[in-house]
Design a protein around this ligand. Sequence first.
Ligand code: NAD
Ligand code: DAU
Length: 355
Amino acid sequence: MILVTGGAGFIGANFILDWLRERDEPVLNVDKLTYAGNLENLADLAGDPRYAFVQGDIADHGLIDALLAQHKPRALINFAAESHVDRSIHGPGEFIQTNIVGTFKLLESVRAYFATLDETKKAAFRFLHVSTDEVYGSLTADAPPFTEDTRYEPNSPYSASKAASDHLVRAYHHTYGLPVVTTNCSNNYGPYQFPEKLIPLVIANALAGKALPIYGDGQQIRDWLYVADHCAAIRRVLEGGAVGEVYNIGGWNEKPNLDIVHSICDLLDKLRPRTDGKPYREQITYVTDRPGHDRRYAIDASRIERELGWAPAETFATGIAKTVRWYLDHSEWIRNVQSGAYREWVEKNYAGRKQ
Ligand code: NAD
Ligand code: DAU
């Protein structure tokens, strides 16, 4: 079986659902259920004997030790993290705790567990650490995309905490021989993404008749990847990735934020036109920029394609159409995640931004 941490979040939940469709190997999901963790994402697995859930913190040594000893996974995939840049700007503490201290504690538990395995099981075991392209910092307009050799230059408390976790993972390989692999992926979008992130926020706000907030001039560039493609890439890295190595994962799909928002508005105009007949683009509102906002990310994903034969299956046009349709079909999911805590966050992040 495999152990997944943070599997009740956006990418982790998509990964578990895809894994159990593609493979017949059981999954244990360990998730703290922070504001971003949502068991509704995995409701389709109710009664599936291949799936088990334990609520817990990756920093809880005793719990993780006991789960490893009991379930004896042949791999651990670490999705658990605080993941939202704006939240890291308002309060970095949780990012240091989970992304750095939590990853360290998890590595310590896995190191102790690994030592108990026989040689065959040691050879098969993998610790796959899911990281981000943000560790590489920001690109100028004409710079080549990030490769696995690009220097780390994280700019936000979030990316600095992920960079620290990547370094710890690397060190546990070099020092203790832990069989790790790290992936650094670009911006994901798709079903089950919490509506604090740009794409689901814009869809939810558009449908609710609210402003669509564009930070600064909206010309910041991200490299968007449909989440199922990320999940497929992780499966490939787990199967064929070289121990101690790093794989960049991206969509070859650089787009300015404003183009992304325009695409969503245009799809909604077709699929769910406004009752007043006006275009959703009218709801676009320019607001004060994010402090330290990275201007451009872009991933060179040629290594994973060359060595492991992975390339994205979706184009942005197909992926965003699926995504918009999913949110239109899951209005109850959106309503359920827009709790009091969500409304407090929206107030905290947007009320102080000038229009
Ligand atoms: P998310 O915020 O949607 O989900 C994170 C999950 O981790 C939640 O279920 C949460 O409850 C859980 N969690 C948080 N702290 C925990 C702890 N201490 N112990 C156990 N569980 C904990 O995040 P996401 O967007 O699904 O991202 C998953 C991973 O992928 C993160 O490591 C993130 O850095 C990385 N990543 C995300 C993107 C993206 O575009 N979303 C891109 C590249 C990499
Ligand atoms: O690059 C990978 C990273 O992508 C992941 O590591 C992070 O976990 C994930 O959150 C994401 O980070 P971003 O900061 O790029 O994603 P976000 O959706 O928050 O913002 C995308 C872009 O849209 C960014 O340039 C900021 C801008 N934005 C965002 C919000 C929430 C706006 O203009 N308005 C908004 O309201």
